[in-house]
Design a protein around this ligand. Structure first.
Ligand code: ATP
Ligand code: MG
Length: 601
């Protein structure tokens, strides 16, 4: 043999024998030779090999009384009736027991409902490593992103990281203490969903749809997916109806429309939650379903909020989705999507909905934790590269649906916490760019007693103007401009001591307006109250009232107006249209109240 021949390696390399395909059969009665031949043929065809390459190994397994349980690598073909019954029993036994009764984890219940004895084939994966509510598994080669997988101890997880090396990162929705390396895991072939029906109103649920308010299970038959594509352009129509917050400064200057996404942003303790909760309270008798998603909040704060809503009679039309600080990051991660699914359910049934995400900065942190544990590459501020998509796909699901789809709407109030008022940080800028405006709450204003601390210069509402009622639009007039002028003048007046009379009057007027915009939390103002106040204030009525008495005088004036001029209030509430005659009547009533009144300091 020449050297050349050996280099070409044509003749002399012994032919490599193809690896045998090992088929393990667990059974009581071994298959007959005929059955084996058939099985060899089936397996050879399935795995693309020769029948002669299929090696059958038989293990006696008394559990598989009737039929066979066949394993080929990671694949399991369960052809034993008993095997399936055992699987079913295992699922049922794994249900967590509740001291007050046997409440069943909704996802698992769905699994039982969907349990089918026809399923002969399933892929079985094995846990490679587990820890920090993350499991890395190997073997479920067809698992898809976002799919729910079931571990043999009954815990569910979601596939979030499908890697090229055949392993998959799973976030766990339960206690991981029973999962060990080597534990088996199977696909469920469905993505996460929660049970929703009209009975969910007034309830507090966790992100998997289990009630956590001590009440009955929701008892819904239908499951709604947590993740769902946002409605496309043809399925929407422009935002055109107002969603009143009951907060004068917002409704007047930054009106919000149904279907809009308005960010509430500010430092910690600046009244962000209060703005959202006041808006929920203001939806009473307005046929709006509200969903409040609490992400990583103290359990005590959530229960207090529930109490507040209950006392105000607002719980009947509200759903709270809560994933408190003690929950795993995976639960916190899916919480806003669960809330969105609840709001979507009502939106697609033609209802108007309002959803509050309190707050998305914590949500981003939960996602960052998961991503780091899944060993994804960290980007800016250690957030993963897709953190932007995380929120855009959530907020895009808010919409004003077209009439063909029932005309329902979902208005979203995402909340974001800033550090030292820095709205140019990574997460705030991201969310600002995907919302239709923001209410910026200023800690300096808040501390100075100007509450709600809406920063008029930095707040904006991009689409709500089209939704403002005609009478409100006319009543607002030049308020925003006046206040901007006042702020400028205020800065200059600090330098000069002798001001002319005109400037003094303007400062006085501006200060009165700022006082008027102060509003206690949980005290939403009705449309007529806002309209009357705006008109009368711009007529200069509050200028002679000393600053610290403005709020008291305002409340007294509104009470007086409501009693004395109930016809006007009714006209405003029902017609919602501006007319010169109505305006004159309101201004005359204002003059009547303030006539002859002297307000001592
Ligand atoms: P956190 O950053 O802790 O979530 P937050 O920005 O959500 O805080 P809130 O919890 O809404 O702020 O409010 C902080 C405090 O300010 C609460 O005690 C609340 O009662 C009070 N507060 C909020 N708004 C007003 C208001 N308009 N008038 C008076 N007090 C208010
Ligand atoms: Mg808050």
């Amino acid at each position: 043999m020449s050297a050349r021949d050996s280099l070409n390696g044509i003749d002399n390399v012994p032919e490599k024998e193809p690896a045998k395909l090992q088929v393990e059969i667990r059974c009581v009665v071994p298959p007959t030779e005929e059955q084996r031949e058939k099985l060899r043929a089936v397996m050879a065809q399935k795995y693309g090999t020769e029948a002669s390459n299929v090696e059958i190994v038989i293990h006696k397994d008394p559990a598989a009384v009737d039929g066979f349980n066949i394993f080929v690598g990671d694949d399991n073909y369960d052809w034993s009736t008993l095997g399936r019954i055992r699987q079913f029993r295992k699922t049922v036994q794994a249900l967590p027991k509740d001291p007050e009764g046997e409440k069943i984890v909704s996802l698992i219940r769905e699994d039982i409902a969907g349990f089918s004895l026809n399923t002969g084939y399933q892929q079985v994966g094995q846990v490679v490593s587990v820890g920090d509510s993350i499991a890395v598994i190997q073997g479920l080669r067809d698992v898809v992103y976002g799919e729910i997988v079931l571990f043999e101890c009954g815990v569910k997880g979601m596939a979030l990281d499908i890697r090229t090396d055949g392993t998959t990162g799973i976030v766990l929705f339960g206690d991981s203490s029973d999962i060990v390396a080597g534990s088996r895991v199977v696909r469920t072939k469905r993505t996460a969903g929660i049970p929703i029906s009209n009975r969910i109103l007034g309830r507090m649920i966790d992100p998997l749809g289990n009630p956590i308010d001590g009440g009955e299970p929701i008892g819904a038959k239908k499951y709604y997916p947590l993740e769902r594509p946002a409605p496309g352009i043809v399925r929407r129509k422009p935002v055109s109806r107002p969603l009143e917050t009951g907060i004068l400064s917002i409704d007047a200057m930054f009106p919000i429309g149904r279907g809009q996404r308005e960010l509430i942003i500010g430092d910690r303790q600046t009244g962000k939650t209060s703005v959202a909760v006041d808006t929920i309270l203001n939806q009473k008798n307005k046929n709006v379903v509200c969903v409040y998603v609490a992400i990583c909040q103290k359990a005590s704060a959530i229960s207090k909020l529930m109490q507040t809503l209950r006392e105000a009679g607002a719980l009947d039309y509200t759903v709270i989705v809560s994933s408190p600080a003690s929950d795993s990051p995976s639960m916190q991660y899916i919480a806003p999507y669960a809330g969105c699914a609840v709001a979507e359910y009502f939106m697609y049934h033609g209802r108007d909905t309002l959803i509050v995400y309190d707050d998305l900065s914590k949500h981003a942190v939960a996602y960052r934790t998961i991503s780091l544990l899944l060993e994804r590459a960290p980007g800016r501020e250690a957030y993963p590269g897709d953190v932007f998509y995380l929120h855009s796909r959530l907020l895009e699901r808010s919409a004003q649906l077209s009439d063909d789809l029932g005309g329902g709407s979902m208005t979203a109030f995402p909340i974001v916490e800033t550090q030292a008022g820095d709205i140019s940080a990574y997460i705030p800028t991201n969310i600002i760019s995907i919302t239709d405006g923001q209410i910026f709450l200023d800690s300096e204003l808040f501390n100075a007693g100007q509450r709600p601390s809406v920063n008029i210069g930095l707040s904006v509402s991009r689409v709500g103007g089209a939704a403002q009622t005609n009478i409100m639009k006319k009543a607002v007039g030049t308020l925003r401009l006046d206040l901007a002028q006042y702020r400028e003048m205020q800065v200059f007046s600090q330098f000069g001591s002798d001001l002319d009379e005109q400037t003094k009057r303007q400062l006085l007027y501006g200060a009165g307006l700022m006082q008027l915009l102060r509003q206690k939390n949980r005290a939403p103002l009705r449309l007529w109250q806002q309209v009357v106040l705006l008109l009368v204030a711009q007529d200069g009525r509050f200028m002679d009232v000393p600053a610290r008495r403005v709020c008291a005088v305002r409340d007294d004036f509104l009470a007086w107006f409501g009693n004395k001029h109930s016809t006007i209030t009714l006209r405003i509430e029902h017609e919602k249209m501006h007319s010169q005659e109505l305006r004159d009547e309101i201004l005359e009533a204002g003059r009547e109240y303030f006539r002859g009144k002297a307000f001592a300091d």
